[in-house]
Design a protein around this ligand. Structure first.
Ligand code: GTP
Ligand code: MG
Length: 458
């Protein structure tokens, strides 16, 4: 970072390279997003992350701005080689040195043409994607375009508002208007003119019945900032970018730039969510975000449950317990089994913490049930041992008591009582050990044992 607070071009503090996630052909590279999320350490962030994207005309300095603002290394146009389109598709990177974790998306520039109903145009698809996944969408605008009837930003803003209508129950997004090549006109005047412009565009966009009365502010928090020209006044540009960067620190905290966000997908579901959203957009379907959230929760909770089940089955403690049961009754069997099962359920609880409550509870039950299916034969072996021990004791006691001249019937009655008491004590000890697991009733049900009779023993 230089003296102005701006981070230099090219991700110099070496955090994570930019990766292309949507190619020029419009296909999303799922593996690339997953690699990015793993390499950058996104997965473990829970809800503590922000997503920022940028929309704007081709060649308007979007990638240059992102690189200075976030220390990323998106490809920029080479000023000496003339103007041509540089960013194709969608690229992703992690902002360097910003808390919370901030995902930055660099999007292909718009060409400024009106597109009418052609929703298949990449421009509309990428704008919809940006709105669906981002907490903050930056809109890059040329200062000299503000107030001009045929300026490039009008079709862009119209596109943003049109695609918004295809989001069923959209999340609230911060629209940060970034005015480039700022003139001497004060920011307040520029902002005022822009906001009026935006309001007009919003009013003119056709809205479905459900959104007829909706206000712009229902969907967006509109903010504006202006930057001097990077080409003409580089030092000033860097200073202003340094100030703008400050606004991205703690962006999701109360009062922050993205404080009003809703319906956040937990970070471990980000890759899956982005992929699904892109597919729906490419199929030209409407996006039902609440249903999407449940879908992501279902897939992720299931994956997490399966992973925990797999780890349980190869857990050393569990394998030792299995082996020990073959040759007798392992000490503290119930306690050890409880501890193992409990650790995987706790792990599942931790990893699914931020997903839909109903979904995670249902998948937890499935995990519990699958683990019990595996534990069941082992518990049966334990019960067999307890039976055998009780039977041996019964036989030994009976032989002894018959030697001591007791009547046969009386001996059998007394010996079976003490053996049964021992068996009961063994069972009670076992179930006491697993009781704190909260799985006791589920386990007993699987074993076909009537809970009441066991609790009577305890
Ligand atoms: N006038 C002006 N030019 C700039 C500014 N920032 C960058 N440029 C120049 O604009 C050209 C395009 O820069 P990029 O950052 O690649 O622009 P882009 O919007 O990402 O371009 P595409 O990805 O092709 O849409 C480069 O020659 C930059 O040097 C600026 O603030 N003002
Ligand atoms: Mg670019």
């Amino acid at each position: 970072m230089d003296a102005t607070g701006a981070v230099g071009v090219g991700g110099r503090d070496g955090e994570c390279h930019a990766a292309q996630v949507v190619g020029a052909d419009g296909e999303m590279d799922a593996a690339a997003i997953e690699r990015f999320a793993a390499a950058a350490g996104l997965q473990g962030r829970g809800l503590s992350y922000a997503v920022v994207s940028i929309l704007g005309p081709q060649g308007s300095g979007k990638s240059t701005l992102l690189n200075h603002l976030f220390g990323t290394s998106f490809r920029e146009m080479d000023a000496l080689k003339g103007r041509h389109q540089t960013t194709k598709g969608i690229w992703i990177a992690k902002a360097a040195g910003i808390e919370p974790f901030t995902v930055v998306l660099d999007l292909e520039g718009t060409d400024g043409r009106e597109r009418g109903q052609d929703d298949t145009a990449f421009e509309k698809q990428s704008a919809l994607f940006a709105l669906a996944v981002s907490d903050i969408v930056m809109i890059n605008l040329w200062c000299h375009d503000i107030g001009r009837e045929h300026a490039a930003n009008r079709p862009l803003l119209r596109t943003v508002f049109q695609v918004l209508m295809r989001l069923f129950s959209p999340r609230k997004t911060t629209l940060l208007l970034v005015i480039r090549d700022k003139t001497k006109t004060p920011l307040e005047y520029l902002t005022q003119a822009l906001k009026e412009d935006i309001q007009k565009i919003w009013d003119s966009v056709q809205k479905p019945e459900a959104y007829k009365e909706a206000a712009l502010s229902d969907f967006f928090d509109v903010e504006a900032t202006a930057l001097s020209s990077y080409e003409e006044k580089e030092e000033l540009f860097k200073e202003q970018v340094g100030q703008l960067r400050q606004r991205f620190y703690h962006s999701i905290a109360p009062g922050g730039l993205a404080a009003d966000r809703r319906g956040v997908i937990p970070a471990s579901g980000f890759s899956l969510s982005a992929l699904q959203i892109w597919e729906v957009i490419r199929e030209n379907k409407d996006l039902n975000l609440p249903a999407h959230e449940v879908m992501v929760a279902t897939v992720r909770c299931e994956e997490i449950a399966n992973e925990n089940l797999k780890q349980f089955l190869s857990d050393k403690g569990w394998l030792d317990l299995n082996a020990a049961v073959e040759s007798g009754l392992p000490p503290s069997f119930g306690m050890r089994l409880s501890a193992i099962l409990d650790s995987y359920l706790s792990e599942y609880d931790m990893e699914t913490m931020y997903f839909d409550e109903g979904v995670r509870a249902a998948k937890r039950q499935q995990l519990e049930s699958s683990m019990l299916d595996h534990a069941y034969p082992v518990i049966e072996r334990v019960m067999e041992h307890l039976h055998l021990v009780a039977l041996d004791k019964f036989k030994g006691d009976l032989e002894q008591s018959l030697r001591h001249t007791e009547g046969f019937a009386e001996s059998v009655r007394r010996c079976s009582q003490t053996s049964m008491a021992e068996f009961d004590a063994g069972m009670t000890a076992f179930f006491m050990q697993i009781q704190q697991l909260n799985m006791c009733s589920g386990m007993l049900q699987k074993l076909g044992i009537n809970c009441k009779s066991i609790y009577k023993l305890m």
